[in-house]
Design a protein. Sequence first.
Length: 94
Amino acid sequence: MIFIGIVLTGCSLKDTPESLRALPSQVISLQDGDRYTLTLQMAKKDLKGIELDLLTYQGMFPGPMFRIRQGSTINLEIKNELWFPALLHPHGVR
């Protein structure tokens, strides 16, 4: 499995529209040769009564977990809808 984190470079938070609510993380299974677009965007989440603006992947916080068979080749497109640059930092890649 691959876990994905984000590295921020020189950013400040802006107000996130109320309509964008963070979803719980999901497992995304990909097969050899699959293509997937991962969108980086802001969303809101209520955490113990505190309203937070969060950086999300595909609207999920934490981001999705990818299940990919070892030896597979996939095409992962990153669509950055943030107003600043971001780096993808995967974990669990062998």
